[in-house]
Design a protein around this ligand. Structure first.
Ligand SMILES: Cc1cc2nc3c(=O)[nH]c(=O)nc-3n(C[C@H](O)[C@H](O)[C@H](O)COP(=O)(O)OP(=O)(O)OC[C@H]3O[C@@H](n4cnc5c(N)ncnc54)[C@H](O)[C@@H]3O)c2cc1C
Ligand code: SF4
Ligand code: SF4
Length: 514
């Protein structure tokens, strides 16, 4: 189900929600510095301000948002949406220090903050040091820097023929941005096979829909420069070969190298962390890939009152991971500043199971299974979308389509819950189950049990549900992988040994701990 698109419909149709947002709490006298204003730091601010912490947020740019503002293009994430969302946090009495690049952690620590959170992201775009790189430098751009320059209006045009090197989401944003800046012949060239591309399938689809070809199995060899001007690039032709352990090597196909003309080249082959501003004698230790040594549950560094989160903690990931880190780091900071143990006193997330029966044949959820495919989100017409950088491409579901899309939900949150001592082993549930996922049989080792079920359970990544021993010494075994959550077993069961219960999971947040 298109969860992200359904959340968008809810947001598109909301009224004024400001009074439902967390509010700053009464001062507790403690000060926390957040370095970087991306989603990780904003989450820490949102969770700690209600507890009365004085929050100081530093970012080198003039507004908060991090890469959501500086790298993700407006045609995918409109600035107005970002301003509103970020504004909910900054309106909580946060002390913002914008246009302030932090150049020394020593200086930050000397101010005497009770805790410091580092949410500076993974800002260093990787370069490719190939022959001709320095001679061609006027027309060679690093992907993340190029996108930031576009976001701030420093770059407003590009050549007609553009090569994008790389197969991740940054490459997709660079090629689509180039189309809007005047690029007519924009090509993405990937060194490995399509199947190894890191970009999300929908990002690739959107790029292709904007007439951007993606060429694969072509590692770049050199930049071609004539009279000081970039003319294009030379690529090798390779194929992927895998050894018996599945390790990939790219080997030449023997075909001649290919020259591809270009006015500009954008290198989008990955990002690295960079902490030149953290002095190495402060007690903050770094490990592989220049990443800080952290406890990955608490996000505490080797200097106890310094915490990391988001891309700065474990390397580049995505927004929701940064938010998750922010929630966990905020809990840790609050425990730390309350003199508690960061692991042993860590609160568990809220979970519960709620009975869904409303009558013998009635559930509080729609259990009909439909074969509808995912509904397509309407897109802006290509001619209009390519005209400028700010025209949003995805237009969002209408309320009606959103309703139909929501009806596709398979209710995986509704669990079949079995109570062994109520079961009289009549086998009625086994008979009625449309996918034959319930079996009553003698217990045994997992491998053996999997093969003795009514239908063998082949997906080994999905645990079997095995009950305790029943009166006849058999056990109930359920293959969760094929359950449709239709509720027929619970409807049919004469003793209510089966029940359908909705599972709730709520991530703990520092501000919800009482
Ligand atoms: C092109 C591109 C497209 C992406 N698209 C998506 C997407 O569609 N969906 C998704 O979920 N994720 C996407 N991501 C990834 C996502 O943007 C990041 O994972 C996320 O923003 C990381 O959040 P963060 O809070 O860790 O840091 P960031 O968002 O990187 O924010 C860090 C902030 O700290 C500032 N900063 C750094 N050093 C200093 C300093 N010394 N002093 C002051 N300020 C500093 C930076 O300028 C930045 O504003 C994309 C990334 C890129 C590059
Ligand atoms: S919910 Fe439906 S599919 Fe799942 S075990 Fe019960 S009868 Fe079978
Ligand atoms: S229908 Fe109910 S009582 Fe009968 S075997 Fe299934 S769980 Fe047990």
């Amino acid at each position: 189900m298109a969860i992200c698109r359904l959340k968008r419909v809810a947001a598109d149709n909301k009224s004024d929600v400001r009074d439902r947002m967390p509010q700053a709490g009464k001062s507790n006298g403690k000060k926390v510095a957040l370095i970087g204003g991306g989603p990780a730091s904003l989450t820490v601010a949102r969770d700690l301000a209600p507890l009365g912490y004085e929050i100081h947020l530093f970012d080198e740019w003039s507004k908060a948002g991090g890469m959501m503002r500086t790298q993700i293009p407006n045609f995918r994430l409109p600035e107005s949406v970002l301003d509103e969302e970020v504004g909910f946090v900054t309106a909580m009495g946060i002390h913002t220090h914008f246009n302030h690049r932090v150049t020394s952690m020593k200086e930050v620590l000397s101010v005497g903050y009770d805790a410091v959170f580092v949410g500076t992201g993974a800002p260093k775009g990787r370069d490719l040091n190939l022959p001709g790189r320095s001679e061609a430098s006027a027309n060679v751009h690093i992907g993340v820097e190029f996108l930031a320059n576009v976001a701030f209006g420093h770059t407003t045009k590009i050549g007609e023929r553009v090569i994008i090197l790389g197969g991740g989401n940054t490459a997709m944003d660079c090629c689509r941005t180039s189309r809007r800046l005047g690029g007519k012949d924009v090509r993405v060239i990937v060194r490995s096979p399509f199947s190894d591309m890191k970009a999300s399938p929908w990002e690739i689809e959107d790029a292709k829909a904007e007439d951007i070809p993606i060429l694969n199995n072509m590692p770049p060899k050199s930049f071609v420069v004539e009279n000081g001007k970039l003319k294009g690039m030379i690529f090798e032709k390779v194929k992927a070969v895998y050894d018996e352990k599945g390790k990939r090597s790219l080997v030449s196909t023997g075909e001649p190298d290919e020259f591809v003309e270009a006015d500009d080249v954008i290198i989008a082959v990955g990002q690295d962390n960079a902490f030149p501003w953290i002095e190495r004698d402060l007690g903050i230790e770094f490990g592989n890939w220049e990443l800080p040594k952290l406890n990955e549950t608490t996000f505490q560094s080797t200097l106890p009152h310094v915490f990391f989160g988001g891309d700065a903690a474990l390397g580049p990931k995505n927004i929701i991971t940064s938010v998750a880190h922010g929630h966990q780091a905020a809990i840790s900071i609050d425990l730390f500043l309350s003199g508690k143990d960061l692991m042993n006193d860590r609160p568990a997330p809220m979970t519960n199971l709620i009975h869904q029966k409303m009558g013998i044949h009635e559930w509080s959820y729609d259990s009909a299974v439909v074969n509808d495919l995912r509904f397509k989100v309407p897109h802006q017409k290509k001619e209009l979308a390519l005209k400028d950088l700010n025209t949003e491409v995805e237009l969002g579901f209408s309320k009606e389509t959103a309703f139909k899309e929501a009806q596709r939900c398979l209710n995986c949150d509704v669990q079949t819950v079995f109570t062994p001592n109520l079961c009289i082993e009549c086998d009625a549930c086994m008979d009625i189950c449309p996918t034959a996922c319930i079996t009553f049989t003698a217990n045994g080792e997992e491998e053996d049990l999997r093969n003795r079920l009514s239908v063998p359970a082949e997906n080994k990544s999905q645990d079997l549900y095995v009950s305790e021993e029943l009166k006849t010494t058999r056990v109930m075994v359920k293959d969760e992988d094929v359950c449709l959550h239709c509720g027929l077993c619970a409807e049919r069961c004469p003793t209510s040994a089966w029940d359908m219960k909705k599972y709730m999971y709520s991530v703990t947040k520092a501000s919800t701990i009482l």
